[in-house]
Write a protein of this length. Structure first.
Length: 381
């Protein structure tokens, strides 16, 4: 694919920055499960916290397609998948729906600092009994006589929660009314009634912190309402369009980085007097990795082009998300197999793609949910 000069410069600069500034020490941070706020600040200063946000609000004003290109370059250059995941969760799951809400007063107060990464955001949606079934959430927001809302409930598996400054919390304002019964609220971390606790350690994306939120009589003014009353589900759906489309560009870049490392390895490593590259079983595995990578990139770019053109892209995004998440897991397995015993030695980092890709089949809508979306678009349900 031919890139414009501006796109090429942006991609090259991001790749260089990711390799030289974000990757060093990634394996040590991953082993320790450490989120590095100083690195976050560097990434933010580079512009990686507000890629799709308007320039007048401190963002880069990129459309979905150009955002994909930058995130893909991050995936290729940065071994710290957790850091990239936290950046993307901040942008796509929180900043985008907040921006799209057209909440002018809240924007004037917070949006520039969100775009600059000075304030870290977390999306409070998932609950113990409401994961994929988001409309079954039990968290409620009840309006008081003095014009405030009182939130009660529990959120879990919230990316960035332990380090977040702001939370975009979804709650039922009209329980039982489904799509139109959910609203969103912007809640500062120090709001009385909000308790944040870290979750257990994760298999992958270990440098991206996650946690639980406990809302107990959490009282916020009506001005904390993001968008209109009952618009929460629409804002959440908007965030998922961006997240499913753009976040998975990271895995395309990571698959390319892993494939290149595997090719270097088989060209240098010898067994039975021959280089590994000469064995057909090995070369076939690498060809399959290449095929998955290129197919994923094509599906990704097609979704981006449709989104940029303002065309219906639900099916294209679901196809892209489904393929890339499943392909990344399989390519991660292949990389481990190619490297043998050193592939399962965590200090080599060969297993990073596999570990980081396993949760990709779950977050932003499980693979099963993507198949349901695609089946519905095919007229099957």
């Amino acid at each position: 694919m031919d890139l414009s000069d501006a796109q090429r410069q942006r991609v090259d600069a991001t790749l260089q920055f990711a390799r030289t500034r974000l990757s060093p020490g990634a394996r040590e941070r991953d082993a320790a499960g450490t989120f590095d706020r100083a690195l976050w600040n560097e990434a933010a200063a580079f512009g990686l916290c507000g890629l799709p946000l308007p320039e007048e609000n401190g963002g880069s004003g990129l459309d979905a397609y150009d955002t994909m290109l930058v995130v893909e370059a991050l995936g290729k250059g940065c071994e710290d998948g957790g850091l990239v995941f936290s950046l993307c969760a901040h942008m796509f799951a929180s900043a985008v729906p907040f921006w799209r809400s057209k909440s002018t007063a809240l924007h004037e107060r917070y949006l520039a600092d969100i775009a600059a990464g000075k304030l870290i955001c977390a999306n409070g949606t998932s609950e113990p009994e409401a994961g994929s079934d988001v409309y079954a959430m039990k968290t409620t927001a009840k309006k008081t006589d003095d014009g405030h809302y009182v939130l009660d409930g529990t959120k879990c598996f919230i990316t960035n929660a332990p380090v977040a400054d702001l939370f975009l919390i979804y709650a039922a304002t009209a329980p039982g009314k489904g799509f139109f019964g959910i609203s969103a609220f912007l809640v500062p971390r120090d709001t009385p009634g909000l308790t944040v606790t870290p979750e257990h350690e994760k298999t992958g994306l270990r440098t991206s912190p996650w946690g639980s939120l406990y809302l107990e009589g959490l009282r916020v003014p009506e001005s904390s309402l993001v968008g209109k009353l009952g618009s929460g589900a629409a804002l959440f759906a908007e965030s998922m369009v961006w997240e499913r489309a753009c976040l998975f560009a990271y895995y395309v870049g990571a698959m390319e980085r892993t494939l290149e490392r595997c090719i270097e390895h088989v060209k240098a490593r010898q067994q039975f007097g021959h280089k590994l590259a000469s064995f057909q079983s090995v070369s076939n595995r690498l060809v399959d990795m290449k095929l998955r990578l290129e197919a994923g990139r094509l599906l990704l770019y097609r979704a981006g082009e449709l989104h940029r053109a303002g065309k219906r892209c639900d099916e294209a995004i679901a196809l892209s998300k489904l393929w890339i998440s499943e392909a990344a897991v399989q390519s991660g397995l292949d990389a481990v197999q190619i490297f043998g015993a050193s592939g399962v030695a965590t200090d080599t980092g060969v297993d990073a793609l596999l570990r980081d890709a396993i949760p990709s089949r779950i977050f932003s809508g499980t693979s099963e949910m993507q198949r349901l979306i695609i089946a519905r678009m095919m007229g099957l349900s």
